[in-house]
Write a new protein. Structure first.
Length: 418
């Protein structure tokens, strides 16, 4: 694995990522933390892992919430190891996604489908089975190489307007461009969106899925806030953004992935598709909730604090009684959760189902990551399910630990001891 140089990898923006406005106010300040997904092997334990700010800002001009401190993509993505197929339920989700999109936009076999942030090619392989031409774009070199080898041509590049021209020259215009869980990770949205505009056929569509601010707040998924996620989208500022780039937001469907997401569809301005009422409905929903106001973030912050105080006092009490605690889930969300809660020293180790994570150490505090079987040998008194959105399937799998007298603590959306 290539060494990552961590100096000077953060750049602070001065303007709103969507409207270029300067009226930006900090509305949610989480504890500074290391890069959430930088689980490292033993050989790199002596390297420093810096803490970066984790503050969300609200734009007073367009109502968009965002991080302004941007960790540069080279530090994160070229050596990225997290594969789609290792994420619970995501491959099945992509299968349904492909069926629905093909039907909804009437995609014909032989059309070009380009997926941005295509990872291991999981989504494109479904389109390929339906007879589409496919091209993946993903900067993670090792994952791109493996995807190409498995039959989904993938270029290890960062997408932008320059690359869009090259793709169009070599492959033609795209009938469909997809980007899932990527838009929120891109700082220069002007360039990527201009690239999409250039690459699309006149009747082509851009479909992208991203986690939804309204759901993130409502479902308490605050641990989904970490440095890779620099944008917290909602429909209202996005609609204005696309209109300003010569495109048009024509649909917005809510989907359950990532604790609540929206699948947006956009076309070139004046394109053949009629805008669905769903866009206006979603904007009305956002206005009712007030999610584009500082007040809503203040309330959200108070709910996070309340949940935090409850868990922290419970864990402190258990530790004081000499109880042993292990964590479940070595994911990026764990980093936000344990840093913001200040509970990085509570766990002897973390277990995870993903074998790629075993024998690595957590970002910053270097908690060892071990296989779940460790729980049967070491019999900790409590397992805190840090990957709490998957608490049900995780507890179901660990029936033997429970039968041995073990107990679970689920930290969110409310603290539960089971
Ligand atoms: Zn703005």
């Amino acid at each position: 694995m290539k060494e990552i140089v961590m100096q000077d990898t953060i750049v602070r923006r001065k303007t709103c990522r969507l409207c270029d406005g300067k009226d930006l106010k900090a509305v949610l300040e989480l504890a500074p933390s290391p890069l959430a997904d930088s689980y490292i092997p033993q050989s790199r334990l002596s390297e420093p892992q810096e803490l970066y700010p984790m503050d969300l800002y609200l734009c007073g001009t367009c109502g968009f919430s965002q991080m302004l401190d941007v960790v540069q993509p080279q530090a994160i993505y070229f050596d990225y190891i997290y594969e789609t197929k290792s994420s619970l339920g995501l491959v099945e989700h992509f299968g349904r996604y492909c069926d629905e999109v093909v039907k909804r936009i009437g995609l014909k076999p032989g059309s070009l489908v380009v997926d941005l942030g295509s990872n291991d090619g999981s989504l494109l392989s479904f389109f390929k089975k339906k007879g589409m031409k496919v091209l993946g774009i993903d900067p993670a070199r090792e994952i791109a190489r493996k995807a190409t080898e498995s039959g989904v041509e993938t270029w290890a590049e960062l997408f932008g307007s320059k690359l869009a021209e090259k793709i169009k020259r070599e492959k033609g215009a795209a009938a469909l461009i997809t980007a899932n869980n990527l838009y929120a990770n891109v700082d220069d949205l002007f360039d990527i969106t201009d690239g999409i505009k250039k690459l699309l056929a006149p009747d082509g569509v851009f479909v992208f899925e991203t986690f939804y601010l309204a759901d993130l707040m409502e479902n308490m998924v605050f641990d989904f806030i970490y440095h890779e996620h620099i944008s917290y989208f909602s429909a209202k500022p996005l609609k204005a953004f696309f209109a300003g780039r010569g495109m048009e937001l024509v649909d917005a469907q809510r989907v359950p992935t990532k604790g609540g997401s929206v699948r947006y569809t956009a076309q070139l301005a004046g394109g053949p598709r009629k805008a669905s009422p769903a866009v206006a409905e979603l904007i009305a929903h956002e206005e009712r909730l007030g999610i584009q106001t500082a007040e809503s973030f203040k309330k959200f912050n108070a709910r996070i604090d309340a949940a935090k105080n409850k868990l922290v006092s419970l864990l402190r009490e258990l530790r004081a009684k000499g109880k042993t605690l292990a964590g479940f889930g070595a994911s990026p969300t764990t980093t936000t959760l344990i840093y913001h809660y200040g509970i990085t020293d509570m766990f002897d180790y973390i277990v995870d189902d993903n074998a790629q994570r075993h024998n690595l150490f957590s970002p910053g505090k270097h908690i060892p990551v071990l296989p779940p079987e460790t729980l049967y040998e070491r019999k900790p008194d409590y397992v805190v399910i840090l990957a709490w959105r998957y608490a049900e399937p995780i507890m179901a799998k660990l029936g033997r630990y429970k039968a041995q007298g073990g107990r679970f603590i689920v930290p969110l959306p409310e603290v539960k001891v089971i």
